[in-house]
Design a protein around this ligand. Structure first.
Ligand code: AMP
Ligand code: ZN
Length: 117
């Protein structure tokens, strides 16, 4: 998909705006959320622009795998693997998706309530 000029995550990927980067590969970028909801709150995005996870398909299975495995790396690097953490992929307005470039939240470092609101 062509990246929209207004996409803030594409701007981070293209280094047009700065972010606190945690890990970068050829396909995926992990960076800290600017409005963290927990002591550790990191976002993992594919470098290619896709609006949401529902638009991904079998062709994206390797990319989806890399996103989740990057979450594993981030969790271990931030010592979340001992205590637990949550991966969240908000999809669509009712789920609270505000940035329409698919992203996986890694949230941890405190006890998390369930179910979410
Ligand atoms: P969502 O509500 O699932 O779409 O999550 C979007 C997330 O992006 C929110 O947690 C925001 O705090 C975060 N965010 C928005 N702009 C930036 C930015 N420039 N750098 C890092 N995180 C951002
Ligand atoms: Zn984008």
């Amino acid at each position: 998909m062509t990246e929209p000029t207004s996409c803030i995550f594409c701007a981070i990927i293209n280094k047009k705006i700065t972010a606190r980067i945690e890990k970068e590969s050829a396909n995926v970028l992990a960076f800290h959320d600017t409005n963290p909801v927990a002591p550790v709150h990191i976002l993992i995005v594919p470098k290619v622009h896709v609006n949401n996870i529902y638009q991904m398909s079998n062709e994206d299975s390797s990319l989806l795998g890399e996103i989740i495995l990057t979450a594993n790396f981030v969790a271990k690097a931030n010592k979340l693997d001992q205590t637990g953490y949550r991966l969240v992929i908000n999809t669509g307005e009712d789920a609270g998706q505000t940035v329409h470039h698919v992203h996986c939240h890694v949230i941890g470092g405190r006890s998390l309530a369930w179910p979410p609101g």
